[in-house]
Design a protein around this ligand. Structure first.
Ligand code: AMP
Ligand code: ZN
Length: 500
């Protein structure tokens, strides 16, 4: 199946040509684990997940997907220092040892991130690797040395900087982003990981050690330069080590085009002689009620904040996927409500078919390893073709969903033949590998309509854990359900839930 995608490098929609058609390699800039990720960050990770899922489940490619964990940068260091607001009691007492405190803080928020990803339907098990920056310091140093050997970096006051003007003699800096060179003077340097948009500077590759901050030794020509890596070099070294260059697709939020991705391109070209990737894909920003999300405006949300408002995180997933990734996504509570209704509408349609199947038929459907290419019957195949074409046309989820909804609005399930019904279920189950928001369990009458969907989801997870004889997990889930204010009773059909 042909895939088209928008390449930020050429600013055009292009046909996707894999480097090796048997294995697609994707790198996504991952979270900086200094606090809980906000819903804007989660949009970027959900987009990366969409890319890999469409390529895997609709275009049927094998995938190696890497997402890094930024556990050393200006922010993780800042927030692991004594008296940090980001420090949680669960992390224990701050020891004052810079390494120990950095590790405790970042391990805590990495764990929280993986839990948040899971709630949003992004699974760690889909990742080929999730490298932590601190585990690749040698590789970063080796890349820095390569850049120095080419005469494209220099040492100044114990730090090492990329020499932009020297690089520009034979290369282009600013392929992704229209950059302002007017105010650039050779040798103008910047130490911080993130800096003013559009302003070019010699950026830092290795930062000199500061008292009370973690550092590594770095020996160059017999002299030691204790310090730590700059943020940009981290991704360049990790993608090279884990995927090799060039790899197929690099994802990230639109704000990362400059300086982060511009600097990644320059570092790889300078050090390895090759650019990192063939396709750069960037998601637009998430806003809240039409405004930039910020703590000072009080419109800043993490997934935890939304759960506290009794929002089902899968409704958030569905809502985010209802917008095209290259348009701004406006998060509103009305929007989440509308998404909840739309998602429930398709779920009811699924129930209307599966509640008429016997258990054996349903098990067969659930266990069938249907590929996107297996959908039969003219009517459903025509629908499938339209939907798959949209998903593989620059990941056009809103158009794909509109085809699906037009179909179910125009065709009551009872009006379809049994074969069409089964094929439609196969189609939805293939789509669900991408969307991940519907269930193929029969609707149990025992579930009270007032029970929030996240509680039902936990109860379903508990049922699955019991079936797997994972009783410790089942107990843990029961406790979680109780702690959220609900009782769960086992019944012959499954379970019954009551508010405590
Ligand atoms: P960070 O954890 O700060 O390194 O950011 C992780 C990802 O979130 C990056 O890909 C950013 O581009 C992305 N990002 C940050 N803010 C937003 C936002 N409001 N909407 C969409 N993506 C965002
Ligand atoms: Zn990165």
């Amino acid at each position: 199946m042909e895939v088209k995608l928008y390449n930020s490098l050429t600013r055009k929609i292009e046909e996707f040509k894999p480097i090796d058609k048997n294995l697609i390699k994707i790198y996504s800039c991952g979270p900086t684990v200094y606090n809980y990720s906000h819903i804007g960050n989660m949009r970027a990770f959900l987009f990366a997940d969409l890319v890999q899922k469409v390529l895997k489940h609709i275009a049927n490619y094998n995938i190696h997907w890497v997402m890094n964990i930024t556990n050393i940068d200006d922010k993780t260091i800042r927030d692991s220092k004594p008296n940090s607001n980001a420090w949680k009691a669960e992390m224990g007492v701050q020891s004052g040892n810079a390494f120990e405190d950095l590790n405790k803080l970042t391990a805590y928020y990495e764990k929280a991130f993986i839990a948040d990803m899971h709630k949003l339907g992004i699974e760690k098990s889909d990742l080929y690797a999730m490298p932590r920056a601190t585990e690749y310091i040698n590789e970063m140093q080796s890349l820095i040395k390569k850049i120095m050997d080419k005469g494209l970096a220099y040492i100044s006051e114990g730090s090492i900087y990329f020499n932009v003007s020297e690089y520009c003699k034979t290369n282009t800096y600013g392929k992704l982003f229209k950059i302002d060179f007017d105010n650039f003077k050779p040798g103008m340097r910047i130490d911080s990981d993130q800096y003013e948009r559009e302003q070019v500077n010699d950026f830092v590759l290795w930062k000199k050690y500061k008292p009370d901050e973690p550092f590594w030794d770095f020996e160059i020509d017999g002299q030691n330069y204790p310090g730590r890596p700059g943020w940009h070099i981290e991704c360049s070294a990790m993608e090279y080590e884990l995927l090799g260059l060039p790899f197929d697709i690099h994802t990230g939020g639109i704000d990362l085009k400059f300086p982060h991705h511009e600097d990644e391109i320059a570092q790889s070209k300078a050090g390895y002689g090759i650019e990192p990737t063939n396709y750069w894909c960037h998601n637009e920003f998430l806003e809240v009620e039409g405004e930039k999300m910020s703590k000072s405006l009080g419109n800043f949300f993490t997934l935890r904040d939304l759960e506290d408002k009794n929002i089902d995180i899968l409704d958030v997933r569905y809502s985010m996927l209802s917008a095209h990734y290259r348009t701004k996504y406006n998060f509103t509570f009305n929007g989440i409500n509308a998404a909840k209704k739309a998602r429930a509408r398709l779920q009811e349609y699924i129930y209307s078919i599966i509640n008429n199947l016997d258990d054996k038929e349903l098990e067969e459907i659930k266990n069938a390893k249907v590929l996107s290419t297996d959908i039969k019957t003219d009517k459903i195949q025509a629908l499938a073709n339209s939907i798959f074409e949209e998903l593989t046309n620059d990941f056009h989820t809103p158009k794909a969903l509109s085809y699906l909804f037009t179909f179910i609005n125009n065709n009551k399930s009872a009006s379809l033949s049994k074969e069409e019904q089964i094929n439609l279920l196969y189609l939805i189950s293939v789509l669900n590998r991408v969307f991940g928001v519907w269930t193929f369990e029969k609707k149990t009458e025992e579930v009270n309509e007032d029970i929030p969907a996240n509680i039902i989801e936990l109860a379903n997870q508990r049922l699955a854990a019991k079936k797997d004889k994972n009783y410790a997990e089942a107990d843990r889930l029961r406790n979680e359900i109780t702690s959220l204010g609900y009782n769960i009773l086992d019944t012959k059909e499954g379970f019954k839930i009551n508010k405590i």
